[in-house]
Design a protein around this ligand. Structure first.
Ligand code: NAD
Ligand code: IPM
Ligand code: MN
Length: 355
């Protein structure tokens, strides 16, 4: 059966890294005989311009019928003055809610060649392997908001169910890894965090094979840079997860290297790099496509049930980085398309047996 992928290029560098990911994805699908159909739809700022809404009905219908959504990035200065539903970001939040993708997985595993560009001592980066599980459809992003001339508010609300499901998901992932879950909250100040911590303590009691800790978000932000090896799976609420993962991308050497997978109860999901539309480098060929290409690998693994093809892309990326094919922000000279071509050429059907 043909897997239906909806591709949303979006804005800024989105279409540039998106084209790079499609090159690699199509080639990998050929090698592994995967039957995929990619259809493109407008989304974000481009959709405001074309259809008057960041998430038009035709895009909404397409993503709700798709087996997976592959997204570049949205947003940019052109739309920054727009109010509420005329903002590209509104489209992204509406799509996450509509598809029920409540867990956003953001792996952070520094590669020695690129983390040389990180402003953190190399010996602190060796062995770092973190999986962030960010709650994605609750919290401040989705609570009641309001604005008049001189005041504004955003509400942070979480239900027990919303917390339980994302903590349970984090536990599942930890069980396949180093069996350690760090929950990040602000329980010394926020009621939502106190409920969050209660749920985490219940999960700890129910899962004695997993080591749990709860860390306050301010301290977690510090530990992430000073001792990143202490983390295995990190589970946290929406806004903390947004901020901490951009911070964690510094450990990789570049925001442009970090992929993500947004998943919910069913199959499918949204796969996108964690970076934005990077208006400062859009159109220059400097965008690093690796985060987007690794997001396509996560799509193959989590939504299309093609783990071998996903592994092949990850090995292709690994080899390309080892070869020093790097974009400008990592000290290299390769352009977006050149990195993609090198990764494409480095896709092998089987892992090479070494030693
Ligand atoms: P950004 O992530 O776009 O860029 C931050 C910095 O990282 C910039 O200096 C940029 O050049 C660099 N960078 C980002 N991606 C890169 C890549 N692939 N290769 C090399 N360098 C890269 O964040 P911003 O500038 O604060 O936001 C720009 C717009 O993107 C805003 O409208 C924001 O709302 C939107 N945004 C969208 C998403 C998304 O689509 N998921 C995520 C974050 C931000
Ligand atoms: C991300 C982005 C989005 C978020 C914005 C663009 C709404 O920063 O995917 O990390 O905050 O979730
Ligand atoms: Mn973000």
């Amino acid at each position: 059966m043909t897997a239906r992928i909806v591709y949303l290029p979006g804005d800024g560098v989105g279409p540039e890294v998106g084209a790079a990911a499609l090159t690699v994805l199509r080639h990998t699908a050929d090698i592994f005989a995967l039957d995929i159909a990619v259809e493109e739809h407008v989304f974000g700022g481009a959709a405001i311009d074309a259809a008057g809404s960041p998430f038009p009905d035709e895009t909404r219908n397409a993503v709700s019928e798709a087996d997976a959504v592959l997204l570049g990035a949205i947003g940019g200065p052109k739309w920054d003055k727009g109010a509420g539903d005329k903002r590209p970001e509104r489209g992204l939040l509406d799509m996450r809610k509509a598809l029920g993708v409540w867990a956003n997985l953001r792996p952070i595993k520094p590669h020695p060649r690129t983390s040389a560009a990180a402003p953190v001592k190399a010996e602190r980066l060796a062995g770092v392997d973190i999986l962030f599980v960010r709650e994605l459809t609750g919290g401040l992003y989705f609570g009641e908001k309001g604005r008049d001339a001189d005041s504004a508010f955003d509400t942070c609300a979480y239900s027990r169910t919303e917390i339980e499901r994302v903590v349970a998901r984090a536990v599942d992932y930890a069980r396949g890894r180093r069996k350690r879950v760090t929950s990040v909250d602000k329980a010394n100040v926020l009621d939502t965090s106190r409920l969050w911590r209660e749920v985490v303590e219940e999960a700890a009691a129910a899962n004695p094979d997993i080591e749990f800790e709860s860390v306050l978000v301010d301290a977690a932000a510090m530990h992430l840079i000073s001792d990143p090896r202490r983390f295995d799976v990190v589970v946290t609420e929406n806004l903390f997860g947004d901020i901490l993962t951009d911070e964690a991308s510094v450990l990789l050497g570049s925001l442009g290297l970090a992929p993500s997978a947004s998943v919910g109860d069913g199959s499918g999901g949204v796969f996108e790099p964690i970076h934005g539309s990077a208006p400062d480098i859009a159109g220059t060929g400097k965008a690093n496509p690796v985060g987007m290409i690794l997001s396509a690998a996560l799509m193959l693994r989590y939504a299309l049930h093609a783990p071998e093809a996903a592994d092949a892309i990850e090995r292709g990326v690994e080899k390309t980085l080892n070869d020093g094919v790097l974009t400008a922000e990592l000290g290299g000279q390769a352009r977006t398309g050149e990195v993609a071509d090198a990764i494409r050429a480095n896709i092998d059907e089987k892992a090479t047996v070494s030693g």
